[in-house]
Design a protein around this ligand. Structure first.
Ligand code: CO
Length: 325
């Protein structure tokens, strides 16, 4: 299992300074006045930060923390799914402080309007540095390693190793980051289905999707394992592929008369309420009805399932493990 960011910038910087030291000592051995001066200056420059640190009681004591990052939502009923994540993370890591950040600006703006606190990943990491944290494992609660996840990765990389900032930041992968994950998710998703589902009734897990990002391959990958776990379970996405027509075609070929609609997103937010279950003629529920298939929406995000959250927590464990290296 690989984890990003893979290299440690701190180490790379260490290598760099050793190279500079070597250059400095070879200049010294030639005993030429100018290089000697340069070497002395360089040595001084290299020694200064250590001296400054020593003067202030040496390096700051190590303090580890966990930052959970979700897309965020403007829908209040979606909140229990996020609370479920927090409960499970705290139970698994009782000694470590846990904080939240939201990667969607719209979701943050809505929360702030309600007088709630809502930090971006960048703000949350800066706040943690101010609060004395030195090592932070960031866990993405996104579904695929797409745009949101890569944005988070770039933020983490940019904020690692800043002066007086966080020494080390590792980022745990999102839900569908490997074929192993896809296989586990296909099984864990069953926990979101109501007991009322009868034999012959289909299930559609509706993801967000992305028509441009390479990681959108995760959805058809999940479909492969879903088909093994439950021949009447399908994946569709709001944007991109598999599309509504793809899924409707599959439902028709299985002669499904009823389809349970379940969000394949951490929370049942705006997309679940409107694009999936809404009354708008464009919603998946309306379009299925139009084709003679009874839609049965389930407004529960994947983060409300302990079985699904367990897969994200596996990734958090790996990110915490990486903090120790
Ligand atoms: Co969207």
């Amino acid at each position: 299992m690989f984890h990003l960011p893979d290299g440690t910038p701190a180490l790379r910087r260490g290598v760099l300074s050793r190279a500079r030291l070597r250059a400095a000592s070879s200049a010294f051995s030639r005993a030429l006045p100018l290089p000697l001066l340069a070497a002395l200056l360089l040595t001084l420059c290299l020694a200064l930060p250590d001296a400054a640190l020593a003067g202030h009681g040496g390096e700051a004591a190590r303090k580890d923390g966990i930052l959970l990052v979700a897309f965020g939502t403007t829908v209040e009923e979606a909140r229990p799914a996020l609370d479920n994540i927090e409960r499970l993370v705290r139970a698994a890591h009782p000694g470590t402080e846990v904080r939240w950040a939201w990667s969607a600006r719209k979701a943050r703006a809505a929360l702030i309007k309600e007088g709630k606190s809502a930090a971006s990943p960048q703000q949350a990491l800066a706040d943690m540095a101010e609060a004395g944290f030195t090592h932070v494992a960031v866990q993405s609660f996104h579904t695929i390693p797409g745009e949101e996840f890569h944005g988070l990765l770039a933020t983490a990389r940019a904020m690692e190793g800043l002066p007086k900032g966080l020494t080390r930041i590792t980022v745990g992968l999102p839900l569908l980051a490997s074929t192993d994950d896809a296989e586990s998710v296909a099984v864990a998703l069953k926990s979101l289905l109501p007991k009322e589902r009868k034999p012959g009734e289909a299930v559609v897990f509706l993801g967000h999707g992305n028509p441009h990002h390479p990681a959108a391959l995760s959805y058809p990958a999940l479909q492969f394992y879903l088909a093994k776990a439950d021949p009447l379970a399908f994946v569709g996405v709001v944007e991109g592929s598999p599309s509504f027509d793809d899924v409707a075609g599959a439902l028709a070929s299985r002669k499904a008369r009823t389809a349970w609609l379940v969000p394949l997103m951490a929370v049942a937010g705006d997309h679940a309420h409107n694009d999936m279950a809404g009354d708008d003629p464009e919603s998946w529920a309306s379009q299925l009805r139009e084709r003679g298939i009874t839609p049965r929406p389930v407004l529960r995000g994947t983060a409300s399932s302990d079985a699904v959250v367990a897969i994200w927590l596996r990734h958090l464990d790996a990110a915490l493990e990486q903090l120790k290296q």
